[in-house]
Design a protein around this ligand. Structure first.
Ligand SMILES: Nc1nc2c(ncn2[C@@H]2O[C@H](COP(=O)(O)OP(=O)(O)OP(=O)(O)O)[C@@H](O)[C@H]2O)c(=O)[nH]1
Ligand SMILES: [Mg+2]
Length: 238
């Protein structure tokens, strides 16, 4: 399935620093978390079809605020400050941590948390803490393995396994490899976002319920949410 999400408008609507009050938005929010320099802002640009609307930098610590991008007046992308950036004072790190925690803990519209992990490296302690913390808060993060273009095709599966093992992910957790250079993975990520914007698994009528349960069991054997979704579509067409 090819997704062509038509981007009509993007607007950096709200920027929150450590002392800001967080907005109470009325549209679905999709958050992007991950260590500094992992490629959060680059991914957001790729999804928005914009070259540099979200500021990116080879110097870690670029995004120091929570940035809410309004897409088509339909959905918000929430760019979170990266963690693990050594040059920031401990006091400021703590404040950012609290801000991120407050956002993840209080947003009523947050539907997906994408946790970005550099495909080249084993997840760090910070990555593991972030993953565990997200799960502890009742979310199942979707992992995006970034900078796919930096490894050989033959290394891909091995590195995905390394990330899965390193984070000790909940079974069925999707890991989507992505490159902001080749844009590989972008359609898959949009599919997931659109599926969620359309209500995800919440809005199925009772007739469909049994089928979905079956498919969830399948998911425990390594099938991703997207594959479940497609399987559901296929069964509807039959
Ligand atoms: N080769 C390659 N470089 C990437 C990719 N994604 C991001 N980068 C580069 O990595 C650097 C950091 O990217 P950003 O998108 O600014 O990272 P960030 O996670 O937003 O960083 P902070 O705002 O500091 O938290 C930039 O130099 C990007 O060009 C990718 O998929 N492939
Ligand atoms: Mg950034």
């Amino acid at each position: 399935m090819v997704i062509d999400m038509h981007i009509k408008s993007v607007n950096l609507e709200t920027v929150c620093g450590v002392t800001s009050v967080l907005p109470e938005n009325d549209k679905v929010e999709i958050a992007f978390a991950g260590k500094s320099n992992v490629g959060k802002s680059s991914l957001i640009n790729a999804l928005m079809n914009r070259k540099a609307y979200a500021r990116t930098s080879s110097q870690p610590g670029k995004t120091q605020t929570i940035n809410f991008y309004n897409i088509n007046d339909e959905v918000y992308f929430v760019d979170l400050p990266g963690y693990g950036y050594a040059k920031v004072s401990l006091a400021l790190k703590e404040k950012w941590g609290k801000l991120i925690e407050k956002y993840l803990g209080t947003s009523k519209q947050l539907r997906i948390i994408f946790l970005l992990i550099d495909i080249r490296h084993e997840p760090s302690e910070n990555d593991k803490n972030m993953y565990d913390w997200i799960v502890h808060n009742g979310y199942n993060p979707v992992i995006i393995a970034t900078k796919l273009d930096k490894i050989n095709r033959s290394q891909r599966d091995k590195h995905i396994k390394m990330i899965r093992k390193g984070l000790n992910t909940v079974e069925g957790t999707p890991i989507i490899p992505f490159s902001s250079i080749s844009k590989q993975g972008r359609d898959e990520i949009w599919e997931l976002i659109e599926f969620t914007m359309n209500g995800g698994f919440d809005e199925v009528d009772e007739d469909d319920e049994e089928e979905l349960v079956d498919e969830k069991v399948e998911a425990n054997e390594g099938v991703t949410i997207i594959e479940r979704f497609e399987a559901d579509q296929i069964s509807e067409e039959e």
